[in-house]
Design a binder for this molecule. Structure first.
Ligand code: HEC
Ligand code: HEC
Ligand code: HEC
Ligand code: HEC
Length: 500
């Protein structure tokens, strides 16, 4: 009996050990498979589907960024925006961000990129493709960075055809994380920070995102090509030399006398913030504690015995169990409520600042109409410029209320103070010119606000539709012929916009 028990015990033990060994072997195989250096040839690295053979899990989760498909027309949600951006592209059309899968098509569809009729017509420059596609690193490598940044947006319409993908964040020769755009390392150096190569692994998990989710402008750069032809490039440049802060960037722009545009209503020389997501995140508690973008937005996922990074970049509140609960002990519901309160606090100050800034623009126009001089309006316009910069900085990367709540509220409070200073100044200037009871016109819906901003919406939409029926179709034909575009990935998304 004793022996029998011992024998069956050993059989079980041996069986268990064999099972363990096979499972360890399996994991080892998977690990080796995952780390196997994929050589995705240079010629096809921009085509995301070519990577799927080596990395099916990352590829199929990446493809799911298509699920975040909702279009939110921000000019409808917050009509004040059209007044604030009068004379600038964003007053025409502006949607909240959605999945990476759509980034390229959204750039083509937005009214901001206009309706070019050939490779030489505007309104935008080539730099507008920079954060939309893995074709960008391909072209930079092929044509050189300065040639890539020279000319109008439409120059590369037939070349830049794949949505943000593998070759945007990975080297195609080693598979490792990689930044594929030279502007980031230049900016890190200008700020006295380590370059990508010299950064820690955890920081690299941020820096791949910081290729795109940052504040930037297009620096005018004169150069001579290899045939001796003089050219002017507009190079994506991050204003980080005075630090990664709103005030540092503002000083950078002020010192060089830079403006993005002249405001159509108030004639103020304005700055437009892009999306300083990385810079703001750095000021928040998660950034301070070294929690990376990928920790929340690309949580590890277990599939059988394989662990991999979920490449469905999306709102992490959809994946709280994997994105937050690895560190937090409160319930998901409690944590979600805390986040939602942060949004409400931001939104109250956000509305106040927008309202005061929009009124400051309109009151300045009234003062001009009543005869106020540029000298009288100088300090007022300086307050409007500075206030709107800080407001935009706080909200242009939408979730800063979560990534960096304190800094967001501080910037909105300072923005509101500048707007109020401008409006106080305007009361005096208006009174001096005999205007005592002016109140700004109503801008509470998109139609009214765009009218004040002088946006000829229907004309823009008609031109865009014509462009989509003609030049865009040509681009697609050419790209398919060159073997760069698989239309499977374009079907059904090319008609999505706020105006169709
Ligand atoms: C090549 C440029 C680029 C890189 C690199 C990049 N992004 Fe984006 N990201 C964008 C653009 C452009 C959009 C807006 C797309 C749209 O609205 O069509 C976006 C949108 C998003 C969204 C919104 C998705 C949604 O479902 O609403 C999230 C979240 C996001 N990015 C996070 C990240 C993170 C985290 C990283 C780094 C791991 C990263 N991004 C790297 C350009 C980039
Ligand atoms: C927006 C940037 C971004 C894009 C786009 C992207 N990755 Fe990744 N990828 C990452 C990050 C960040 C990690 C985590 C790396 C780490 O910590 O070592 C990662 C990890 C990986 C890994 C290592 C194993 C793992 O899952 O952690 C593989 C393999 C991989 N990605 C393949 C791909 C493929 C294939 C594509 C295209 C379908 C792709 N990636 C697109 C950022 C990106
Ligand atoms: C601690 C977790 C965490 C970290 C770290 C983090 N995020 Fe987020 N992110 C979130 C949450 C949560 C949201 C959604 C907030 C909301 O809108 O409710 C979000 C939203 C976003 C969005 C907007 C999505 C949309 O559709 O509006 C972008 C873009 C984004 N993050 C990019 C980044 C980048 C880039 C980094 C790193 C520089 C980063 N995030 C770091 C948690 C995180
Ligand atoms: C890698 C660990 C880690 C992850 C992942 C993480 N957090 Fe945190 N979180 C922290 C740390 C550390 C703090 C600072 C507080 C502390 O030290 O206890 C913090 C603080 C917070 C705070 C309070 C700080 C504030 O700004 O008011 C909130 C809210 C929060 N996290 C929400 C989230 C959410 C939502 C997610 C998922 C999308 C998340 N966190 C993911 C580590 C993490």
């Amino acid at each position: 009996m004793k022996y029998k028990l011992l024998l069956s015990g050993s059989v079980i033990a041996i069986g268990f050990m064999a099972l363990m060994a096979s499972s360890i072997n399996e994991r080892e195989d998977e690990r080796v498979a995952l780390n196997k250096v994929p050589v995705v040839a240079d010629k096809i690295q921009h085509k995301n589907e070519e990577w799927s053979r080596y990395f099916p899990r990352q590829y199929s989760s990446w493809k799911k960024t298509k699920e975040s498909s909702e279009i939110t027309d921000m000019l409808k949600e917050k009509p004040q925006l059209a007044v604030l951006w009068a004379g600038y592209g964003f007053a025409k059309d502006y949607n909240a961000p959605r999945g990476h899968y759509y980034a390229l098509q959204d750039n083509i569809n937005t009214l901001r990129t206009g309706a070019p009729v050939d490779g030489k017509t505007g309104p935008m420059v080539t730099a507008c493709w920079t954060c939309k596609s893995p074709d960008v690193p391909r072209i930079i490598e092929r044509d050189g960075e300065l040639e890539y940044f020279t000319g109008k947006w439409a120059k590369y319409g037939h070349e830049i055809v794949n949505p943000i993908g593998c070759a945007d964040c990975h080297s195609n020769t080693t598979g490792e994380l990689s930044v594929r755009r030279p502007h980031l390392d230049r900016a890190l150096q200008s700020a006295g920070l380590p370059t990508f190569e010299d950064s820690t692994h955890q920081e690299k998990r941020n820096l791949v995102c910081a290729q795109c989710h940052v504040e930037y402008y297009f620096q005018k750069t004169e150069w001579t090509d290899k045939n001796g032809k003089k050219k002017v490039a507009k190079v994506v440049t991050l204003p980080w030399a005075n630090g990664l802060t709103a005030e540092g960037a503002e000083k950078y722009y002020d010192d060089m006398g830079f403006k993005d545009w002249t405001h159509k209503i108030s004639k103020t020389p304005m700055l437009k913030t892009q999306h300083p997501g990385y810079e703001l995140y750095k000021t928040g508690i998660h950034g301070q504690k070294g929690v990376s973008c990928a920790d929340c937005h690309m949580p590890y996922t277990q599939e059988g015995s394989v662990k991999y990074s979920d490449h469905q970049l999306q709102n992490p509140l959809n994946t709280m169990d994997r994105s937050c609960m690895t560190c937090h002990r409160e319930s998901e519901k409690t944590l979600e409520e805390i986040v939602s309160k942060k949004y409400d606090r931001k939104d109250q100050l956000h509305e106040l600042a927008m309202d005061n800034l929009a009124k400051a623009h309109l009151e300045t126009a009234k003062a001009m109409e009543a005869g106020a001089t540029d000298a009288e309006l100088k300090a007022i316009r300086a307050d409007i410029r500075s206030g709107q910069w800080k407001w935009d900085y706080a909200v242009a990367s939408h979730p800063a209320f979560f990534h960096a709540p304190e800094e967001t509220l501080r910037l909105l409070a300072v923005a509101n103070e500048s707007a109020m200073q401008a409006r106080l100044g305007l009361v005096a200037v208006l009174a001096k010119h005999g205007v005592t009871n002016y109140s700004a016109p109503d801008f509470t819906d998109k139609k009214k606000a765009q009218k004040l901003a002088g946006v000829p919406l229907q004309k823009l939409v008609d031109a865009k539709k014509k462009f989509k029926a003609t030049l865009e179709k040509e681009w697609q034909k050419q790209a398919i012929k060159n073997g760069n575009l698989n239309m499977k990935y374009r079907k059904g998304v090319d008609q999505e916009s706020s105006y169709f």
